[in-house]
Design a protein. Structure first.
Length: 208
């Protein structure tokens, strides 16, 4: 795969994830979003780069439990030797597809599996997204995990921080949050069926 194709794939995935964050992150009360934005925009040590380094909220975006569809919903592997799993015999050289999308939404592992709750990852002992816990593997695991994980995390954090810090957002034509179509399209990257359309209103000059 050429470097250009790798860049296009990574760039498209970041755009998809930013769209998911924008659609999923709905304040519980209508006034909550503007209030939080106002607190973030006030001058002082609580804002800017220093605040971004202190807070642990931006890194929680990719590990919302469950996330938007992982970069590739089905992870393709090949068995190196014969194996027996849950009573099923799997011969060597068999192609095995791991459904990472379903694993991240397993209700036996996650409370309110379909809800946007980044604060759940602040609790001790909760699985992370780096491949050590098989309840949540958006980037795969082991030697075949995604090599662009760290780059993608940095790009996503900064993109979302700029968009939320510098703009207030509204849905067009009087649309309500409950009217958003959050279904996915099955494919190599499982993007949203309908692109998020939102109207930005400049709030302040972003210096992040």
């Amino acid at each position: 795969m050429s470097g250009r194709n790798v860049w296009w794939h990574g760039d498209s995935r970041i755009r998809d994830r930013v769209g998911h964050v924008g659609a999923d992150e709905k304040p519980r009360r209508p006034e909550e979003g503007p209030r939080r934005a106002h607190q973030c925009s006030r001058p002082g040590p609580q804002c800017g780069r220093a605040r971004l380094r202190q807070t642990n909220l931006p890194p929680l975006l990719p590990q919302r439990g469950p996330p938007p569809p992982p970069p590739i919903p089905l992870l393709l592997h090949e068995t190196a030797e014969d194996a027996t799993i849950s009573g099923y015999h799997i011969p060597a050289k068999s192609r095995v597809m791991i459904n990472a999308w379903a694993i991240g939404r397993d209700e036996s592992s996650w409370e309110d599996a379909e809800e946007f709750k980044p604060a759940r990852f602040l609790r001790d002992g909760v699985p992370d997204f780096k491949g050590s816990n098989f309840e949540f593997i958006p980037f795969g695991s082991g030697r075949r995990s995604c090599p662009g994980m760290q780059l993608g995390l940095y790009a996503l954090e900064m993109a979302v921080a700029h968009l939320l810090h510098c703009f207030t957002w509204e849905l067009p034509d009087g649309m309500k949050p409950n009217d958003l179509d959050m279904s996915d399209v099955f494919g190599l990257t499982a993007p949203r069926a309908e692109r998020l359309v939102a109207v930005p209103r400049p709030r302040l000059l972003c210096q992040l």
